[in-house]
Write a protein that binds this ligand. Structure first.
Ligand SMILES: [Zn+2]
Ligand SMILES: [Zn+2]
Length: 433
């Protein structure tokens, strides 16, 4: 078989690989890289139209965002994914469509019809169920967001695993990624592939968050938590709800805004894919954590009610690149009583990364905002940290060869080379596997 990397090599974004054997083929993920300028997988149109099958590891756009482009170019592959991935992709691809078409002067590369086509044709695949296409494929849980999967590909006596994005810890909503799988070849993410990328335990991080929130609320301030809509937001909201119920943080309203609201509904409707605790609460009791009485929505477009009294606001976007967070920073950013708490990865060059580095003036939606509020960061990642990545790789039985992608720091290479052949592929490189 031949494996070509069309994106996601030594970068976080536009994950896209193609596995081929003669005319048979399978694309592993089909992502874009959002930034000042959107970047796409470097596959030419003729090649795209030859793609027969695609697996999508999870709904995040860096793994799924290129699908409507594929449709627009006339490709019509079989798309295999889990049900939550399909449902969450509906929200994320629609939002991508809105952004893509909102940009003045840009050539429109796909339509809503293409988004609908992708969602309609997608073939829902359960975990642990083998599907026979050009290759045999199977999904395992990856713990990153609801529906996220490790993809297993079987061909004769060969087995390839693609980790997708993995989280090795049990979260509020999901079980950790599956371990001890077997394969001869592994393609593994490396978001936290730097030897210093060690993430404290959830407990430690949440204790810090509880202390910051309590201090801010008691001093009469607002807490703003910018978050990615899918994954971190649900984890953080359920934790806040728990801490408020137990009295660890003062009773106050938790406002939920932006696309998080839609994502919460999808999480709720897919409770079957959550961990046992959440499943039980939703399916067997009236205690629905996604509809907690502590959660509120802003009453109007101008969101005056949110500004009135001390409260917690969980809103998109996670890196301050859009979403309602800009509005809240305009209104609340210049008051030192207030606090912003970052809970996720901040890519270089984003307004979020600038604020974390200490910049006091940032541009949001073409407006310069002066920030006087306190800035805090809490490590609550949905990705395995350096040690967990190494442990995950070592847990794979029969492993000989490792490809490292979806990351910028490659310290893992040296450590893994003690035991395996390790490759850090570049974009457009092809390997025989
Ligand atoms: Zn992801
Ligand atoms: Zn990713």
């Amino acid at each position: 078989m031949r494996l070509t990397f069309y994106g996601g090599s030594q970068e976080v974004g536009r994950a896209c690989m193609l596995l081929e054997e003669g005319k048979r083929n399978l694309m592993l993920d089909c992502g874009i890289k959002l930034g000042e300028k959107t970047e796409y997988p470097l596959m030419d149109d003729d090649e795209l139209r030859r793609v027969r099958n695609v697996t999508i590891s999870h709904a995040h756009l860096d793994h799924s965002g290129y699908l409507p482009h594929l449709y627009a170019k006339g490709a019509k592959p079989n798309i295999f994914l889990t049900k939550p991935t399909r449902d969450l992709m509906g929200v994320l691809l629609s939002d991508y469509y809105r952004i893509h078409h909102g940009e003045a002067g840009r050539r429109k590369l796909f339509s809503m019809k293409d988004v609908d086509g992708v969602l309609k044709d997608a073939k829902i695949t359960e975990y642990k169920t083998q599907v026979n296409t050009d290759f045999k494929i199977m999904f395992h849980t990856s713990g990153h967001i609801m529906g996220s999967a490790i993809t297993q590909i079987d061909e004769g006596n060969r087995r390839i695993l693609f980790s997708g994005d993995i989280c090795a810890r049990k979260g509020r909503v999901l079980d950790p990624c599956e371990k001890n799988l077997s394969a001869d070849t592994l393609i593994v993410e490396s978001t936290y592939g730097g030897v210093d990328d060690i993430i404290p335990s959830y407990k430690e991080s949440y204790q810090k968050m509880v202390a910051i929130i309590t201090k801010t609320i008691n001093a009469g301030g607002h807490v703003i938590i910018p978050s990615f809509a899918v994954g971190r937001a649900q984890e953080v909201l359920l934790a806040l709800d728990d801490y408020m119920r137990s009295g660890a943080i003062p009773a106050t309203k938790i406002y939920v805004d932006g696309m998080i609201v839609k994502a919460m509904k999808i999480y709720r409707h897919n409770a079957y894919y959550a961990n046992d605790d959440i499943k039980r609460r939703i399916l067997m009791s009236e205690d629905d954590p996604f509809k907690s009485p502590n959660f509120y929505r802003p009453k109007s477009k101008t969101k005056e009610d949110v500004l009135e009294e001390p409260c917690i606001i969980v809103t998109t976007s996670g890196m301050l690149t859009g979403g309602p967070v800009g509005h809240y920073l305009e209104k609340l950013g210049n008051d030192p009583k207030n606090t912003i708490i970052f809970v996720g990865y901040q890519a270089d060059g984003t307004p979020g990364s600038k604020v974390v580095r200490g910049e006091k003036k940032i541009m949001i939606r073409d407006r310069m905002i002066e920030l006087k509020l306190k800035v805090e960061s809490i490590k609550l990642s949905g990705h395995a940290d350096y040690n967990e990545l190494i442990q995950f790789v070592h847990s794979v039985k029969g492993l000989k060869r490792v490809f490292i992608m979806h990351g910028e720091k490659m310290d893992m290479k040296e450590e893994l080379e003690k035991k395996y052949e390790v490759i850090v592929p570049r974009v457009l490189e092809t390997y025989s596997v």
